[in-house]
Write a new protein. Structure first.
Ligand code: PEP
Ligand code: MN
Length: 332
């Protein structure tokens, strides 16, 4: 970090600045008349607080605001869920309906997914919907069905957690999903950092990559190293797709962080007919996994039917994706 000081700074003001930085173990070194370089754990410094010190004229951050999620801290994280590894050579396929609408539909769907090289099943129980009038998920009942699904198909499961007070209901869930809307629910992130289950954080549609990495930092700082990031589309002026899938952002993330990065093309596209090509494009962008919404009868889905791939299509798509991943020395 660089700071410049007022040329007429008083000695007592300078002492206060030095004490402030000393207390935070930050080295303070003059590089020019009024310009100083700050060295040490500068990610712990809040520019606004530095600027509020009497005599500081400007403050420029040169280093990253995150530390534990950065590639400078660690080269690679592999998040293990049973036999499945995120962040290793194999690209992980997560698939399932947006939400559990009924046990029968879900089980029919999962049977097809299990036969299609999908490694993790997804199904929403608590659904944070834009409108309070829309289907909110089967909630507690849904989590019970999810447990039955996990036992019947003997596969790891992921579902979204919206409220930290519900954590005890998620004991059979393998990966806890923090949805795009909750990416900045810092109390939820801290609570998930204090437990051991892997946490998948979806990028908020209005959030920058740095903000996503800072959300991951909240979980890592509390001691849980098992964080997976997910790109799911960001907001723009474009109307032909639900969001804009930021695939360059995926490639950029892989240069910034050691954490596994997966892509959810379903929410980004909003239309099932666009999803298949975005799965292949995501693989080429270097993702570590795909999370896709799949339904055996999308017309009967209680949420996100339009963007759900038909279950009967998924086997072929995974097979094609496998071939493509081999071109870039990955696999499925
Ligand atoms: C979901 O995965 O079904 C979901 C609600 O996604 P997002 O949080 O990305 O909107
Ligand atoms: Mn959905």
């Amino acid at each position: 970090m660089l700071i410049t000081l007022d040329s007429k700074i008083k000695q007592n003001e300078l002492n206060i600045i030095k004490d402030y930085l000393n207390n935070k173990n930050i080295l303070f070194k003059a590089i020019d008349n009024n310009m100083y370089i700050l060295k040490g754990d500068t990610y712990k410094l809040d520019e606004q607080s530095v600027l509020s010190l009497e005599g500081v004229k400007s403050c420029i951050r040169l280093s990253k605001m995150y530390h534990l999620s950065s590639l400078d801290y660690k080269q690679k994280t592999v998040v293990k869920v049973g036999n499945v590894s995120f962040g290793d050579k194999k690209i992980v396929f997560i698939a399932g309906p947006c939400s559990i609408d009924s046990k029968d539909l879900l089980f029919e769907n999962c049977k097809i997914l299990k036969e299609s090289n999908v490694s993790v099943l997804r199904a929403g129980c608590y659904k944070p919907r834009t409108s309070p009038y829309f289907f909110q998920g089967l909630q507690k009942e849904g989590l019970k069905i999810l447990t039955e699904m996990k036992e019947k198909f003997n596969m790891p499961v992921i579902t979204e957690i919206t409220d930290v007070n519900n954590l005890s209901l998620y004991k059979d869930v393998d990966i806890l999903q923090v949805g795009a809307r909750n990416m900045k629910n810092y109390e939820l992130l801290k609570a998930l950092g204090k437990q051991e289950k892997p946490v998948l954080i979806k990028r908020g549609p209005e959030s920058t990559i740095d903000e996503l990495l800072l959300s991951a930092e909240y979980v890592l700082k509390e001691g849980n190293p098992n964080v997976i990031l997910c790109e799911r589309g960001i907001r723009s002026f474009e109307k032909h797709t639900r969001y804009v899938l930021d695939l360059a952002g995926v490639a950029a993330l892989k240069r910034l962080t050691h954490l596994p990065v997966i892509v959810d093309p379903s929410h980004a596209c909003g239309d099932y007919s666009l999803v298949e090509s975005m799965i292949y494009a995501s693989i080429m962008a270097g993702c570590d996994g795909i999370m896709v919404e799949v339904h055996n009868d999308p017309r009967r889905a209680l949420s996100d039917g339009k963007q759900s791939l038909k279950a009967s299509k998924i086997k072929d798509i995974v097979n094609k994706a496998k071939k493509m991943s081999q071109i870039i020395d990955r696999d499925i």
